[in-house]
Design a binder for this molecule. Sequence first.
Ligand code: ATP
Ligand code: MG
Length: 385
Amino acid sequence: MSESRIFVDRSKLSSRYIPNELHHREKEMSLLQTMFKDSYIKPDEFVFLTPHIVGRSGIGKTSTILKFSSMLENEFKKSGLTLKVAYINLKLQGGNKYAVYRFLLEKIAPELPSQGLSAEEMLRYLLSYLYENKLYILIILDEIEFLLRSSKDSGIIYDFTRLNEFDLSRHCNVIGVIFIARSTEFHDKIDSSELSTLGRLPIEFQPYSIEQISDILVTRSSESFNPNVVGTDIIDEVSLFTTSSQIGGDVRYALDLLLYAGNLAEVNGGDRITLDQIRKAHGYNHPSITIQDLKELPKNHLLTLMAILKVQNRRKKQYIELKEVRNFALELASEYKIKKFEFEDYMNDLLDRKIIEMKSLKEIGMNITSLAELEPLLEQQINKK
Ligand SMILES: Nc1ncnc2c1ncn2[C@@H]1O[C@H](COP(=O)(O)OP(=O)(O)OP(=O)(O)O)[C@@H](O)[C@H]1O
Ligand SMILES: [Mg+2]
C-alpha cells in the first residue's frame, strides 16, 4: 500500500479509539478516583457506589469512564487484586433486563450456564461467583435512556443500585455501578424508590468551550494526520462549527468532519486540508447522521433509510408520506431477498436515535442537507452487511 500524504492513522479519529490524554476532563477523573480510592485499599470494607454521569452527546462521558476504569484496574493489580470491568451499552445491546444480565454473566463467568435462569438467579450466580473467585467488578451501564425507552423495564436500576442487599450474609464484590445518560430526563420515567437509591444528584459533565475543543482537536489531529496537514485555520473553523448550537459541542462530530475532509484532500491529491473541504464536509454532515451511525445500523435499518432517501429524491421535499416509504422499503427488502422485514420497528428505532423525525402521524423527514452524497455511502454499507 502506498503511504498516505494526509493520514498517519485514520483509525485514531474513530470514536471507538480512546486517546491517551483526555484534556479538560481532569477534574471529573480525579473526582471519580477519590470516590473509589478505598475500593482497592480496603476492598472488604468498601460499600459499593452508584454514581450517575449526565451530559450532552459527544463530550467525553464514555471515554472518561472507560479511561477511569482501566486506571482502576491497574490500581487493583498493584494491590494484588483483580478487578474486572463490565461495560454495557444499552443502545447497542438493546433488549431487556434479562438480556443485560445474561450478557453480564457471560462476560464475567463464561463457564456458568445462563440458559434457563431467571434474571434474579443470574444476579445471584454472578455475586457468588465473584465472591468465591475473589474477583471484584465495576459495572458501567451506558446510554441508559435506551433501555427505559425501548422496554419500559425500569427494574434494572432498582436491582443495580441494591446489589449489596442481595445477599447480606457476605460481602458484595461489585465495587460500583456507573450509570451514564445524556440528561436527567430518565428520572421522570423511573419510580421514586429507584430515584432515591440512585440519588438525585448526578455528576454533570459540562460541554467544552471553544478553546477546550481546539486543544482537544490539536492533540487528536497530531495523532492522526501528517504534520502540517491540519493548520490552525482548520482547527479554528472546526471548533467554531462544533460549538454552534446545532452541533452542541459534540467532539465526535468534529472528528468526523476532519476524517471526511481528510479523505477529500487525499482524493484530490493535496497535501493539506483546506477550509473549503471542511465547509463541504460540514454541509454534507450536519446534522443528524454520522458515518459511525451508518456502520452501527443493521442492514434492515439501512434499507429503511435508503427507502426514505429514494422517496425524498423522487418527491423533492423534506417531509414525505409514511405509506410511500413503507411500500418502497418492502420492495427493497424483497429485492435483497429479506423475508422478515418489520418496517415499523426500524422506523421507531430510527426515530429513537433521532436520525429521522416525524412531522405528523403520516409524515416523516430526515435532516440531511445533501442527500446525493449520502446515497453512495449508504449503498456501500448495505452491501458490506
Ligand atoms: N477530552 C477529550 N480529549 C480527546 N478526545 C475526546 C475528549 N472528549 C471527547 N473526545 C472524543 O470525542 C468522541 C466522543 O466522546 P465520548 O464517546 O466519550 O462522548 P459521550 O459523552 O459518551 O457521548 P454520547 O452521549 O453520545 O455517548 C470520542 O471519539 C472521544 O475520543
Ligand atoms: Mg457515550
